[in-house]
Each structure stands twice: as C-alpha cells, then as structure tokens.
Design a protein around this ligand. Structure first.
Ligand SMILES: [Zn+2]
Length: 478
C-alpha cells in the first residue's frame, strides 16, 4: 500500500538521488573495480546514520549498510557496475563514444544502485515515523555483469540473517520481473599436448587443438540427450597458435552450461567433464578443468511478488512532459528490430490501461504496467540474484527508464542514462520497493509465508550454491 511519508521522503531526496545517478554514470567502473560508486553510496548512507560494513565476502567493493535493530531484516539489493565497450555520449541520438573511456552504463546499474539507495532512505523514514522494530539493509553488490558478485556473497553467508529482499532493474517497460532463469556454470578446459613439426614429425606431436575440437563435437552430440531447456555454448579462447605447420601443445575452450534446475545442471557438468576426459584420451593429451563460477536459477516468490505488484499499481505512475515524449520518440527512431510491439500488448490490456497508451504518439514510452503472465515464464538468461533468491525470498521489478524498444547492453541504454525519463523511473522504482518493504514490516507474517514458499520450491534440491569454494572472483563474459 502507499505510505505518504515514504513517497514524500523519496521526493525530497530527488536532487541527491539524480546527482548520484549522474555521478556514477559519469565515472563508469567495471566489475570488482567500482570504488568511486561504492564509496559515494557509502558516504551518503553513513551520513544518514547507517552502519556500514565493507569488503563483504572478500570483495573490496561489496558492502552492507544497515539501519534499525533486530528482525525482521529486510534487504534492498543495489548494483553499480558498468560494461566494457559501451562508452557513449549522454542524450545523443547516434552512436558516439565518450573520448576518455571505453566503459558505459549499458545496463542502467548506475540507476539500479541509486534507486535502491532511495528505497532504503524511504524505509528508514518509515521505521522512524512509525516506531517499528526491524532492520533495513542496503547491500552493495559488485560485478553483476560477468562477475557474479552476489553469488560469492551468498557462498560466504552474507545474506544468512536476511528475512527477505527487494530489488529492481531499469528497463524500457514496467512490470514484475519474475519467473525462472537458467542456472549457469562457467568452466574452461585447458588441454596440453606435445608440439612438433606438423609435416616433418607429426607422429610425435599430440595436438591440444584436436582435443578441443573433439571435445566440442562430443558436446554437440550431447545436446540431443539433455533436457529441452538446456543451453551449451562455448568459445575457443586459445587455439594453440597461428601456424598450421606447428602441432599446438596448448589449447583451451571456455564453456557456459545452463539449465533451469541446478541439480540437472550439476549432472550435465559431470557429463561434459567426461567428454573432456574422452577428448584427452583420444588425442593423448592432458586436460585441466578450471571452474570459474556458478549461479543458481532465480526462484520466484509469489508472496513477495503479490506485494510488489500491488505497489506497482498503487504508487503514482510517472508523469511525462511533452519534452520527455519528444525525447523518447527521437530515441525510439534509432532502434531497429524492436521486439515488443504495443499492438501485441493492446490485445491483453484492460480498458483503463488502453486509454493510457492512446493516442499512438505515446507509444514511444510505456505509460502502463505490463500485465502479469498467466504462467510463470522461463527467462533464457542468468542472474546472480538467483543465488540470493534461494537463501532469502526475493522479489524484483522492472521500471521504465528508457524509450520503448530500448534493449539492455546497447548504446541507446547508455545514452539515456542521465535523462529525465530515467530519473523518473528510478524514483518510481525506489517508491515501489520502499512501500513493499513497509508492507512486510507492518505484517511480518508475509515473511513466514514467503520463507515457507521458498522452502517448498527448493525441497529435495541439493545445490544451494553453484559457486564452489575454488571459484575466484574474476570478470568473465556472459
Ligand atoms: Zn543489468
């Protein structure tokens, strides 16, 4: 439900929050390097009386900031990492990079971390005003992009005392961000053979590249015999050299294995390991398995999702100016291959929502909340929120921060990173998360129900985390 003091608090922090968003956008930092972003967020939280703990799970840019006492402990998850190769000028309607950096906020994480901060400031005000017992914690989570910071934090027990968590993600639309994702394992197979002249002494050589190729053939035959939703993809990261007349002594292949069910994924991982061993046997080479990381699939939580969805509907929606509409229209014109059409959505919207997107010119920006799907969707990607969702119930939303049709990890997403529409979406997301947290603090029985649901959904599953003890924090691609 809507809490006026929360809305008021977040509104009054508008200037601070927009400036923080813009600062993080102006200083993009890649996975595990987010010093400026995390320090600035910590500065603000410390000034607000939050107790800060830095360096969680051995990650220098991971931190927690808590306010209040005892249970319930409600967390809000923040991210702030940028992407390599996505440098882009702000508010520019064509591709043009910033001259002094290769990095850019192509996934809107500058707003994600800032919106989460807005939420905890709103929750703090609510706890103080209403004299309610409990603790709100901001978790600064580094390296969502290709580093899986949260998975290391889960492995090291950072969220063990948390009762439930809320988060959000910038998007071109507004909806509940719920459904299953794919659990993923990232692993590199390094083959070592014997180098030799490929014509003169080929019989002495043992080709590591042959092993990589045979392993890939084996993995491709495996596809027929794994569950339908499995994904197996690889990149040859070391082909052994550039000279055909040298038998390669070293070669490596990097695999991503994905499946909705963590236990199934562990079985597939064992089978792929056997294929690697087989390739080594066939070629007289040795193989070394380097396990990079694993992330669990997202576990939706209907109890918390219902609360978030109600708040999506009851918190006043963004109001756009003529200027916003014009800006979004110009940006939308630069986007090709738009996946979502408003015509498709019109078919499922109720009358009230239909009115909001007419006349047609307004289809440049989402002015309504997408309906909840009738069945839980399976999203063919992976997120480190998946790991958190298996130790404490999590609910997340999308809020429209970009022109309709804008995809994540594109220059258009970067270009809109300091725009008025992004600021509005970020503040709206902060309000929805804060009001949802207030609902939970007011009626803690929701937490018991949410935990019960989490336990029932994970009953009988072995894998709590796929981040094995030997996985080391590093940037990999996703
Ligand atoms: Zn993202």
């Amino acid at each position: 439900m809507v809490y006026e003091n929360i809305l008021q608090e977040i509104e009054s922090r508008q200037e601070l929050l927009c400036a923080l968003n813009d600062y993080i956008w102006d200083h993009p930092e890649i996975a595990f390097q987010e010093k400026k972003a995390s320090n600035r967020i910590i500065e603000i939280l410390e000034a607000e009386g939050f107790a800060v703990e830095r360096g969680l799970a051995g990650l220098p840019t991971a931190f927690s900031a808590s306010f209040g006492e005892g249970h319930p402990v409600v967390a809000v998850l923040g991210e702030y990492d940028a992407l390599d190769g996505l440098s882009q000028k702000a508010d520019c309607f064509h591709r043009e990079k910033e001259p002094d950096t290769e990095l850019g906020h192509g996934c809107g994480h500058q707003a994600l971390g800032t919106g989460a901060l807005g939420a905890v400031l709103g929750i703090k005000r609510f706890l103080e005003d209403c004299k309610i017992q409990g603790t709100v914690v901001y978790y600064g989570c580094p390296a969502e992009e290709g580093g899986s910071g949260k998975s290391f934090m889960v492995r090291d027990g950072v969220f063990d005392d948390v009762d439930c968590a809320f988060t959000w993600h910038p998007c071109d639309s507004t909806d509940l961000f719920s459904g299953r994702t794919l659990a993923v394992i990232g692993v590199t197979y390094h083959f070592t053979g014997v180098s030799a002249h490929a014509a003169g002494l080929a019989h002495i050589g043992r080709s590591a590249l042959d092993a990589v190729e045979l392993m890939n053939v084996g993995a491709n035959y495996l596809r027929e015999h794994v569950p339908q939703e499995t994904r197996i993809h690889y990149a040859i990261t070391d082909a052994g050299g550039k000279s055909p007349n040298v038998v390669p002594a070293k070669a490596s292949v990097f695999y991503y294995l994905r499946s909705p069910e963590p236990d199934t994924l562990l079985e597939i991982y064992e089978r792929v390991n056997k294929i690697a061993e087989g390739a080594a046997l066939m070629t007289g080479t040795q193989v070394e398995v380097e396990y990079h990381k694993g992330m669990n699939s997202l576990l939706p939580n209907t109890v918390l999702d219902n609360i978030m969805y109600d708040n999506l509907k009851s918190v006043p929606y963004m109001e756009y100016t003529e200027e916003d509409i014009h800006y979004a229209g110009k940006m939308k014109d630069t986007i090709q291959n738009q996946q979502t059409t408003f015509e498709e959505l019109l078919a499922v919207l109720d009358h009230e929502d239909k009115q909001k997107i007419l006349p047609g010119r307004e289809d440049v920006i989402y002015r309504f909340i997408k309906p909840r799907p009738s069945i839980e969707p399976l999203m063919y990607g992976s997120t480190d929120v998946g790991d958190v969702s298996r130790v404490c119930p999590v609910s997340q939303i999308h809020a429209a921060t970009w022109a309709a049709g804008t995809q994540m990890h594109t220059w258009q997403a970067v270009a809109q990173g300091k725009s008025s529409i992004l600021h509005k979406g970020m503040l709206y997301a902060a309000k929805v998360m804060a009001c949802s947290a207030a609902d939970v603090f007011t009626a803690p029985e929701f937490i018991e129900q949410a935990k019960k649901e989490m336990k029932e959904r994970t009953a009988g599953q072995k894998a709590v985390t796929l981040m094995f003890a030997d996985a080391k924090p590093q940037l990999t691609r996703r």
